[in-house]
Design a protein around this ligand. Structure first.
Ligand SMILES: NC(=O)c1ccc[n+]([C@@H]2O[C@H](COP(=O)([O-])OP(=O)(O)OC[C@H]3O[C@@H](n4cnc5c(N)ncnc54)[C@H](OP(=O)(O)O)[C@@H]3O)[C@@H](O)[C@H]2O)c1
Length: 284
């Protein structure tokens, strides 16, 4: 498995298996079995997905050691603030049946109703995460859905810079400004919902030609788009064939003209999110 190295030296797999909207215990179990068999090692979870207990149980029953896995969790929106983080992390650790997390993220920069004090709010939250990082309980710390102004707040005022920023990225939503900022500050990007434009872009004539050229599915081309940008795609499925197919993306590379086409591709259904105020639907 190809890996990247985070700013703190920690190795991180180049593709991840997402756990959002995977809440049926049996499906959690079977999908994780297929994912581990297929070669995924990074499991992207969150307290808000309400399935950490099932994930912990499923992983315990699989023939894989904790050290081989890279487990991510995220702080619930309702639990921002220095005084909440340690309890929240302890709860996730308990549910996941482990004593450390490879990566812990602030799920969303702005808590609903706290739009005016997000700077202070994030710095307090981050300070508790720094302490847990220094204790070795969190092996890496980062953020999600942070745009440049949210990142600058931490980069300019915190002791430790975020190592990861997890964002919605796919053709049509390429987050150029934030991507450039992250590159400059050695913050590795993860792309969530990389398959979001699948049903629309599969009708695109140029995409049809790419399928022929690379002998790959549209899903595989969308995942490779992230990889060729140097970004870790996180992808979710509960179907064995899709789980296997989605990781079979390391034997080809998109040519420059195809990358340029996908970077420029746009569609009215897909627009850059407003991270400043919106509350994401999946975060409680
Ligand atoms: N930080 C955040 O705010 C945030 C937000 C959203 C997501 N995430 C993370 O990122 C992960 C990935 O995002 P996502 O769940 O939206 O993943 P995705 O892989 O972009 O999309 C998953 C959807 O596509 C379907 N699918 C998967 N593989 C397919 C294929 N080869 N062909 C056709 N359809 C396919 C899945 O259905 P089936 O399951 O039925 O196959 C599911 O409905 C999440 O699971 C979560 O861990 C984070």
């Amino acid at each position: 498995m190809l890996t990247y190295t985070l700013a703190n030296g920690l190795e991180i797999p180049a593709i991840g298996f997402g756990m959002w909207q995977n809440t049926n215990d049996e499906e959690v179990k079977s999908s994780l079995k297929h994912a581990i068999d297929a070669g995924y090692r990074l499991i992207d979870g969150a307290a808000a997905y309400q399935n950490e207990e099932a994930i912990g149980q499923a992983l315990k029953e699989l023939p894989i050691s904790r050290e081989e896995l890279f487990l991510t969790s995220k702080l619930r929106n309702a639990a921002h603030g220095y005084e909440n983080v340690k309890r929240e992390v302890a709860e996730s650790l308990n549910k996941l049946q482990t004593d450390y997390l490879d990566l812990y993220l602030i799920h969303w920069p702005v808590v609903k109703g706290h739009g005016d004090n997000w700077q202070k709010d994030n710095l307090g939250t981050w300070r508790a995460m720094e302490e847990l990082y220094e204790e070795g309980i969190l092996k890496a710390i980062g953020v999600s859905n942070f745009s440049v102004e949210h990142l600058e707040n931490l980069v300019n005022h915190a002791r430790i810079k975020p190592m990861v920023n997890q964002l919605l990225i796919h053709p049509g939503v390429t987050q150029t400004e934030t991507r450039n900022y992250c590159k400059k500050h050695t913050i590795l990007l993860q792309a969530y919902s990389p398959l979001k434009p699948l049903s629309v872009i599969m009708e695109d004539a140029k995409m049809k030609r790419m399928k022929e050229k690379y002998q790959k599915s549209v899903a595989q081309i969308l995942l490779r788009f992230s990889i060729d940008l140097g970004i870790i795609p996180l992808t979710k499925s509960v179907h064995e064939e899709r789980i296997k197919g989605n990781i079979d993306v390391f034997d080809f590379k998109l040519e420059e003209e195809d990358m340029d086409y996908l970077l420029a591709w746009s569609h009215p259904d897909f627009t850059e999110p407003d991270n400043k105020n919106e509350r994401p639907p999946q975060v409680s």
